[in-house]
Design a protein around this ligand. Structure first.
Ligand SMILES: NC(=O)c1ccc[n+]([C@@H]2O[C@H](COP(=O)([O-])OP(=O)(O)OC[C@H]3O[C@@H](n4cnc5c(N)ncnc54)[C@H](O)[C@@H]3O)[C@@H](O)[C@H]2O)c1
Length: 294
């Protein structure tokens, strides 16, 4: 398939790598000076099928799928989506990588064919992390949602379909919930930044990379499963919920967090940390792909 990648910064370059690795033809576009050279330096795939044009209309004219990755600014998204709506073939899905904008807001710029506009939100970097959140807006048609789900599955991704549009979609809201309590625990002086990182990375985080919160909870209930867990651990969990914090990002808390991260990293070469994290992530993804149930 011919895929148009619109905006070739961090996310656009990573999508381009993925699309090329799956044998697709990619036409990339970005108005910034030097964008083509930066894209070609960032893409870690065979570039024989990659072409670049600064002309957005030309890039999408024959595209079978459009993945938009321009700056996260509503005025710019309006401008880009109005141009995409006018130039792309009417049946072509226009998917925005937007982390924060609602699809109903984005599709307002598309007077001709709003029914093929949706959010296809990846996790950075999309060529490695399988999750894609497919979010339809008020005017998105069922055919476009199904086409996007098929498209991402065909790229080895694990798309989920949101039933309701919300700021931050689903996965970033879940991350925000954890960050909220982590920041609150530091604010309350309950544990150090380093110890909170240890609590996740050497504790529940190991299982969260394999199964989500509900299945992990179910499997901790033995034969009685989640029903049993909720029966005896539900009431204390509700008490903890009532005690969870709602921290404000005051200058004092911001300083505590920044200082805590610096202390945690003291003596660690950050480049080595990043290289080890990325290498282990690749091994984990490969190992998961070789299991029957994960
Ligand atoms: N960075 C992340 O972790 C992340 C994760 C998921 C989704 N996203 C979303 O992906 C999108 C891109 O984010 P990013 O981090 O790659 O940003 P970025 O700043 O790295 O890239 C944006 C690119 O858009 C280009 N651009 C500017 N005007 C344009 C136009 N009119 N038409 C086309 N391209 C234009 C810029 O030149 C730049 O190369 C945003 O909507 C963001 O919310 C980002």
């Amino acid at each position: 398939m011919r895929i148009a990648v619109v905006g070739t910064g961090v996310i656009g370059a990573s999508w381009t790598t993925l699309f090329l690795r799956y044998g697709h033809e990619v036409v990339a576009t970005d108005p910034a000076p030097g964008a083509e050279a930066r894209l070609r330096a960032a893409v870690t795939a065979d570039q024989t099928r990659l072409t670049f044009t600064a002309d957005l209309a030309e890039a999408v004219a024959d595209a079978g799928f459009v993945q938009e990755n321009g700056p996260e600014r509503p005025d710019l998204k309006d401008e880009v989506f109005a141009a995409l709506d006018a130039a792309a073939p009417p049946g072509t899905v226009l998917a925005s990588s937007s982390s924060g904008l609602l699809p109903s807001r984005i599709q307002r710029a598309c007077a001709a064919h709003p029914e093929r506009v949706l959010v296809g939100h990846p996790f950075n970097p999309p060529h490695l992390i399988p999750l894609v959140e497919v979010v339809p807006g008020e005017r998105t048609g069922e055919a476009a949602v199904e086409a996007a789900m098929r498209f991402y599955r065909g790229l080895g991704r694990r798309p989920i379909r949101l039933r309701r549009e919300l700021p931050g979609h689903v996965a970033n809201r879940l991350q925000a919930a954890l960050w909220r309590e982590a920041y609150s625990l530091v604010d309350r002086g309950a544990a150090s930044v380093a110890d909170i990182d240890t609590a996740i990375a050497h504790g529940p985080g190991l299982r969260w990379a394999l199964l989500g919160p509900f299945l992990n909870q179910h499997l901790s209930g033995g034969a009685g499963g989640i029903a049993h867990v909720l029966e005896h651990l539900g009431p204390p969990m509700e008490e903890w919920w009532a005690d969870l914090g709602a921290p404000r990002l005051t200058p004092e808390l911001t300083d505590k967090i920044t200082q805590g991260v610096a202390e945690e990293l003291a003596g660690t070469a950050e480049a080595g940390l990043v290289a080890e994290r990325d290498a282990l992530l690749a091994l984990l993804l490969d190992a998961k792909n070789r299991t029957d149930h994960l």
